[in-house]
Design a binder for this molecule. Structure first.
Ligand code: BG6
Length: 485
């Protein structure tokens, strides 16, 4: 029998992730102007992004906690409107200095920075100027912003994630973009936005290859493997349709430089295909990515649409945190209908809990594209409670991560290249749809939607567990002793 402890490969990246607008706060400070996320998060009934977790002022304390936990990597995102308050034109020296200091502080502590260039936060100035990603001008402006970052920080950063969760930006296009009402009834717009992001990403990928020595271009995709409800041929076809439109449609662009034909032709039939200019596919083909960041939370389940629902229905999140209160499941006519998976449990916001899905997607993606991956998000949203003993006993999170890490390890055993685990999130952050009611962090931030309190940091039980996991390079996940965490 093999007695070697089961560990992650040597050099595995261990850390966690956040994004600028969800963690930094200081939304209108030191020269920063508002982004579309700052505006979209106003008056939602939850907290806004003006202070968030106050990382802008507390980043040193936060990095000290990362060090204490044993991180050797940290995923954060640059705020475009902190660097270029108007999206283009004059650079904001204080914004640039903030990221210089953040990166240098991380490096001093032996923590590799893994930045994302764009995490939903288009500068509001560009939305006002030309409707953001809807305009083709966004491609050039994003490339200039990307070029600035690459030239400024490329001496210290090798692995770049360009766009966060493009698939989710398309699925929730009116939530992840500030879309003027005149476009609301035109779903073709979301695929046009997507095309512009494909071009923008390819341009920045080419710039990374041009300017950064040993630099690698990647993106963090929001990825859910899609299961068919059952083995009925129609439902299996619905599963293939959804895989094509939700997954291959993005990854074929990233790694083959082409649109998945099934998905693109379906969109043409539905009058939703993007306008593609001559030369666009060459730009996309030249800017293919080197690695993939995988954001995995939950798998999806589909069936062939029922007759009475066989029309376009857009997805809507669960805003209350009551199981079953999902706003709406997406339907693409004659293609697929999302449904709740009857064979898997969910968290309170109806996100399926499915560790096997992690192994499934890693193997599936690797079979199709043979590219290295790192997990750039994974986690469980929960109503964490600060107990009377001053602790946060988040056993459910430990259980969730333990099972997902085992699935990652199994995929690695079967030959998949997985380079790191950067779960969501490091400290509690402003959720994209549920304020501070839904938390993900290893570290509790003492605030809620009702009040800012003192914003103090408190290590959750998962922090102490993760510290030992990192120290053992993953071996601890196999320990069955309930008292050893
Ligand atoms: C991912 C995003 O979709 O999921 C994060 O990249 C987000 O920004 C995370 O916070 C969890 O989603 P939510 O809506 O629960 O915050």
């Amino acid at each position: 029998m093999d007695q070697k402890p089961k560990q992650m490969p040597k050099g595995f990246l261990w850390g966690a992730a956040t994004s600028a607008y969800q963690v930094e706060g200081a939304a209108a400070e030191d020269g920063k102007k508002l982004s579309q996320m700052d505006v979209l998060n106003q008056n939602t009934g939850f907290s806004d992004a003006s202070i968030a977790s106050d990382h802008y002022h507390r980043y040193k304390e936060d990095i000290a906690l990362m060090k204490e936990c044993g991180f050797n990597a940290y995923r954060f995102s640059f705020s475009w409107s902190r660097i270029f308050p108007d999206g283009v034109g004059d650079v904001n020296p204080k914004g640039v200095a903030f990221y210089d200091d953040l990166i240098d502080e991380l490096l001093r502590d032996g923590i590799t920075p893994v930045p994302t260039i764009y995490h939903y936060d288009m500068p509001m100035a560009l939305v006002e100027k030309y409707d953001g990603w809807i305009s083709r001008q966004s491609v050039e402006d994003f490339a200039s912003y990307g070029e600035f970052l690459i030239l400024r920080y490329g001496d210290r950063i090798k692995n770049w994630l360009i766009i966060n969760e493009q698939s989710i930006i398309v699925e929730f296009w009116k939530k992840k973009n500030y879309i003027p009402p005149k476009y609301h009834d035109n779903p073709q717009i979301k695929f046009q936005i997507n095309h512009h992001m494909n071009l923008a990403q390819a341009k920045v990928s080419s710039l990374i290859h041009k300017y950064v020595k040993e630099g690698r271009a990647g993106s963090a995709i929001g990825y859910s493997p899609v299961y068919g409800l059952d083995s009925s041929p129609k439902n299996m076809l619905a599963m293939l349709n959804a895989e094509d439109l939700k997954n291959h449609f993005f990854l074929d662009i990233y790694f083959k430089g082409e649109y998945a034909p099934g998905a693109l032709n379906y969109l043409k039939e539905q009058q939703m295909a993007p306008v593609i200019h001559e030369g666009d596919m060459e730009i996309i083909g030249e800017g293919c990515l080197d690695f993939l960041g995988v954001n995995y939370y939950a798998s999806k389940c589909v069936k062939y649409p029922d007759k009475e629902k066989n029309h376009l229905i857009e997805a809507k999140s669960n805003l209350t945190g009551q199981k079953g209160a999902m706003g709406a499941y997406e339907v693409m006519p004659d293609f697929y209908e999302y449904i709740k998976n009857p064979n898997a449990d969910t968290n309170d916001w109806d996100w399926t809990i499915d560790p096997d899905g992690m192994e499934y997607l890693l193997r599936d993606i690797y079979e199709r594209y043979r590219i290295p991956m790192m997990i750039t998000e994974n986690g469980i949203g929960a109503r964490d409670m600060l107990e009377a003993d001053g602790r946060i006993h988040d056993d459910y999170r430990i259980d969730y991560w333990k099972k997902h890490l085992k699935a990652i390890h199994r995929a690695i055993e079967l030959g998949v290249e997985v380079e790191g685990f950067l779960p969501w999130s490091f400290v509690d952050v402003l959720s994209t749809s549920n304020g501070y009611q839904k938390r993900y962090g290893l570290v509790y931030v003492n605030r809620d939607d009702e009040g800012l309190k003192d914003l103090n940091r408190m290590k959750k039980d998962s922090f102490y567990w993760y510290q030992k996991v990192i120290e053992s390079n993953g071996a601890l996940i196999w320990n069955t002793d309930p008292f050893v965490r």
